[in-house]
Each structure stands twice: as C-alpha cells, then as structure tokens.
Design a protein around this ligand. Structure first.
Ligand SMILES: [Zn+2]
Length: 354
C-alpha cells in the first residue's frame, strides 16, 4: 500500500485575502483544501504518516538563505513597524541584482513576487511542514525502497523560485523532492500537471541537465503566471533542451490533456529518467474555481494511469486544486489510476525477465 504523508502543522497558514482585478478577494488556498484531500487519502485506504523533521538542509539546497531568513522573521518586524495583519508588498524591483534592501517593505517587495503569497504569523510553520512532508515521501522512495509515495503538501510550492514566493507558494516542495532524489539518482524529471505553469520549478532548474522539468498548463498568453510557460522556453546553458512547456488552449479537456501528457512522457523516456516527481495539481479540473481547463474525474484517472506506466520510482507532490465538489474525487481517481498501472508494472519488474 502506498504511503501518504501529511502534518497538521500544514493547516496553520491562512493567507485570507489577495488582490484580483484590483479588489481584495478571499484567497482560495485555504486549509480546508488539505482536509478535503485527506478525505480522499482515507477513502483510498493509504497509510497516512506524519513527516519526520529532516531539518533545514534539504530546503536550503534549493532556497536562498536570505529568503529563508525573511520568511521566518519578517512578520514580527512588519507588525512592529505598524504593518497590517498580513505582509503584502507594495513595490517590486526591476531586477534583483542590486543591493539587498534593508527596509522591511523593500525586503517584502524583493521576496514576494505578487499579492497572492501574503505572509501571516503561521506561514513559515506551514510552509516548513509542507516541505518536510515532501521530503519524507521522497526519503520513503529514495531510502525505503518504495516505488511511489504521496505527499499531501499544502501550501503548494511550484510557483516559488530560489528567492521569490508567488501564487500561494513559499517553498518549492517539488524542487526540494527532486534535489533529494538527485543524491541517489543521476537523472530526475519533474512532471507538472497543475493548471498553472510551474514557473518557480522551471526557474530553479533552468540551467541544469540533471533535472528535466516538464509542465502542461493553460496557455500563459491568457493565464497566470503570464510571463513564463511558453513553448520556446527550453532552458539555458547546460540546461538547453531540458525544460519542456506544453501550453494548452483555455477550456481544453481530457483528450487534449492526455495527448500532451503522451508527449511529455515520451520526453521523460528519451531523457532516461531514473526517478520522477509529479507536481500534482488538480486545478485543471472542469469544476475548479479557476476555470482554465476542463479535465473530468475520469480524465484524472486516465492521467494517473498513464503516469503509472513510468518504470522508475515516482514521488507524487500535491500542488494546486481548489475547493469544488470534485476536488476529493479528482485525487481519488488520479491515485486509483496511478496505483493500478504502477503496481502492475512494479510486479513485472520485480519478477524480472522470464
Ligand atoms: Zn495551479
């Protein structure tokens, strides 16, 4: 039975509001998401484990020390300076190669990429626990010999870069998982099926050939994160050819998504990945409040089945997917489909050639 990981500390962060079209709106990345997803984990009968604390090192292998310090210390500083109940920036630098800002508002603008990643008093505790959940699932696969594991990460991670939070994300759980896998495996792929482009993950590995990043998402010409996720972004330096974006027209459903997935899986095969991280967003659902794509619950089962055909160890890391009447069902269908093909293949591998 596949192990799943989750810590109650991940429920503590609540960003409350963000700004959409100039208006303050309730943030959809709510603790309730994790409770709904836990319900699907229970229905699947997976063993649910609390993560072990592996310390800061695996996180610091991906994120800049100043950024980690900022996330841990900015809140009291902001409050003491008369700031509101959430740290939300009001100015951003043109680029980030100038002097590091001393003022708290300057540092907020330096490290927070948009208004959808407010820092509350509990943000660090939940983001840290979410990263530990990804790390424990990864170690179960890397060191425990399991062929797969599921990390119920919340807050999500794939919009966070080395130094910048964004899109409800603070610590890039999928990137941290991939880097931990690199300690054992030469070639690791991150396959991101979230509705939104995994811009943080792309940025972190953009000049590397040892971690291939692939993302299937709503076309950024028309959708968040707007500046990244186009097909011509293929990497730089040693990383050229190791980043693949497959943008889909808004409203695309099961068949378009599954065709894109076939192309992504062929790239992973060509790369010869030794291990895979799935950045498992469920917000491509037709019922998701973001409304970008129209994947059905049955579509998620088929996406899971196809990803389950990968013959290497696979860590599933939860990314987006917001409250709707099929959120739990979509996770249930994905993992059911994934486990059905994965278990069959793994038995074939362990029996060896006949
Ligand atoms: Zn998303």
């Amino acid at each position: 039975m596949m192990h799943a990981y989750f810590s109650d500390d991940q429920l503590r962060h609540h960003g409350k509001t963000f700004i959409v079209a100039g208006e303050k709106k309730p943030i959809p990345e709510v603790p309730e998401r994790a409770e709904i997803l836990s319900g699907a984990v229970a229905r699947l009968g997976l063993d649910l484990h609390a993560p072990k604390d592996a310390g800061i090192d695996p996180i610091a292998a991906i994120h800049d020390g100043r950024y980690l310090n900022f996330l841990q210390t900015i809140y009291p500083e902001w409050l003491a300076a008369g700031g509101s109940e959430l740290v939300i920036p009001n100015i951003h630098p043109f680029d980030r190669d100038g002097p590091y800002p001393r003022h708290h508002a300057g540092r907020a603008g330096f490290h927070l990429g948009d208004t959808s990643c407010p820092v509350s008093p509990t943000t660090w505790h939940s983001a840290y626990a979410s990263a530990q959940t990804a790390i424990s699932a990864t170690h179960h696969v890397r060191d425990g010999g399991a062929m797969s594991a599921y990390a119920l990460c919340r807050p999500p991670g794939h919009h966070a870069s080395r130094t910048i939070a964004g899109g409800f994300c603070y610590l890039n759980n999928s990137a941290i998982a991939a880097q931990e896998l690199r300690a054992k495996y030469d070639r690791v792929a991150i396959l991101d099926v979230d509705l939104h482009h995994g811009n943080g993950t792309q940025h972190i590995f953009y000049d590397r050939s040892d971690v291939m990043t692939l993302s299937i998402h709503a076309d950024p010409h028309d959708f968040y994160p707007f500046f990244w996720g186009h097909g011509e972004e293929t990497g730089e330096g040693d990383g050229i050819g190791f980043n693949h974006n497959i943008p889909l027209p808004l409203g695309s459903g099961d068949s378009v998504f599954l065709d894109a997935l076939d192309r992504a899986l062929a790239k992973i095969d060509d790369f010869g990945a030794d291990a895979v991280v799935v950045a498992l967003g469920l917000d491509a659902s037709r019922d998701d409040p973001f409304g970008g794509l129209t994947v059905s619950p049955d579509g998620f089962a088929k996406i899971g089945e196809k990803i389950g055909t990968l013959l290497c160890p696979t860590v599933l890391v939860q990314e987006g997917g917001y409250v709707s009447n099929t959120l739990a069902e979509n996770l249930y269908q994905f993992i059911s489909g994934f486990s059905a093909t994965k278990d069959r293949n793994d038995v074939t591998i362990s029996e060896g050639p006949k």
